[in-house]
Design a protein around this ligand. Structure first.
Ligand SMILES: Nc1ncnc2c1ncn2[C@@H]1O[C@H](COP(=O)(O)OP(=O)(O)OP(=O)(O)O)[C@@H](O)[C@H]1O
Ligand SMILES: [Mg+2]
Length: 321
């Protein structure tokens, strides 16, 4: 008795299939017994060969497919890991920037606190002004960070009501006037007469305008000019904030409303800030169903921001008395 390997099994790499061949020394009876079986056995083998081949090819195809899937899964996992590493790096950098942004005013506050008990009475007002400015700066940074995370979590809520345009403009100028005065900048203000009102969230509209006016002052050299022009259009209230400051490059114009974007020359001119103000402005404008656009003729050519807040319901728009 000998053991042979079926050719199709060898090809398919399957374990050898044992087949029996008739011994040469078999008796006639045995031959008779075997003889009828021999052709039968041969037929079975011949018939089984294509089936075994098909099975082997199917197994191979399945193996190839599984292999491809494994490869794809590995590539996906590698890409996911790279993205996670990038996100972690970005997060760490942001933490450092935020810490820096908060540490500076905090240090000024600490110094002011140690000076307060020792300074002459006539200097106290000046120190209080510093405290007010630095706490304002810290709460703005924290407020912007909270707003961005609210937007990301879809939790930004507005409280709509009738908003008096004159009040919003006045409130938004409260903080900016100091900055403009410090930089001896002049402000031109144009309001419709009468200014009237729109439907919106008064606090958030004030926040938008303070951000735009704050930037105008921040990125305009001393002695520069800033303008806030409010126009009543048939379907929207349009607020234009313009300055003759450092301007914005055409490339940066496409990105300035994205979070954490700051142009290099702007950071050199005034390194304070996180690059969050305009991101919050855009979200708040859109939450009002409005829009905000930036334009500039280029570096050193000043900047212009146009905010449009729709007047949704004509009947709700009221003339101020
Ligand atoms: N009036 C402007 N003139 C020139 N560049 C501006 C002006 N306003 C915004 N930019 C550019 O857009 C970038 C983003 O502005 P944004 O207000 O979001 O951030 P920031 O002022 O740098 O910091 P933050 O507002 O968080 O304190 C600025 O860093 C600056 O490069
Ligand atoms: Mg800003």
């Amino acid at each position: 008795m000998s053991v042979t390997l079926h050719p199709s099994d060898a090809l398919a790499g399957l374990p050898p299939k044992k087949t029996l061949s008739a011994p040469h020394h078999s008796t006639a009876a045995t031959r008779r017994r075997i003889a009828p079986r021999a052709p039968l056995f041969g037929q079975q083998a011949d018939a089984a060969a294509p089936a075994t081949g098909r099975r082997a090819r199917a197994t191979l195809a399945r193996l190839r497919k599984v292999n491809e899937q494994l490869l794809q899964a590995t590539l996906l996992a590698q890409r996911g890991q790279r993205q996670a590493e990038l996100a972690l790096n970005r997060q760490t950098q942001l933490m450092a920037v935020v810490a820096h942004e908060l540490r500076n005013p905090l240090m000024t506050l600490c110094t002011t606190a140690t000076l307060l008990p020792r300074v002459a009475a006539d200097k106290i007002a000046r120190l209080l002004e510093i405290i007010e400015r630095q706490t304002g700066r810290m709460s703005r940074v924290i407020g912007d960070l909270l707003d961005v995370s609210r937007v990301n979590a879809g939790k930004l809520r507005l409280e709509f009501g009738d908003v008096d345009i004159a009040d919003v403009v006045e409130d938004s100028l409260v903080t900016c006037r100091h900055a403009m005065a410090r930089h001896t900048q002049t402000l031109r203000l144009e309001l419709p007469s009468p200014p009237g009102s729109i439907r919106g969230d008064a606090v958030r509209l004030t926040q938008i305008l303070s951000n735009l006016l704050g930037n105008a002052s921040k990125y305009t050299p001393a002695g520069g000019e800033i303008a806030l022009v409010v126009q009543r259009m048939p379907d929207a209230m349009v607020f234009t904030v313009e300055d003759n400051g450092i301007g914005i490059s055409p490339r940066a114009l496409l990105e300035v409303f994205d979070p954490f974007v700051q142009e290099q020359h702007a950071v050199k001119f005034n390194g304070v800030g996180l690059g969050l103000g305009l991101a919050v402005v855009r979200e708040l404008a859109e939450a009002h169903g409005g829009s905000v656009e930036a334009s500039s003729a280029g570096l050193g050519q000043g900047s212009r921001f146009v905010l449009r807040i729709p007047i949704r319901d004509g009947r709700r728009w009221t003339e101020a008395s």
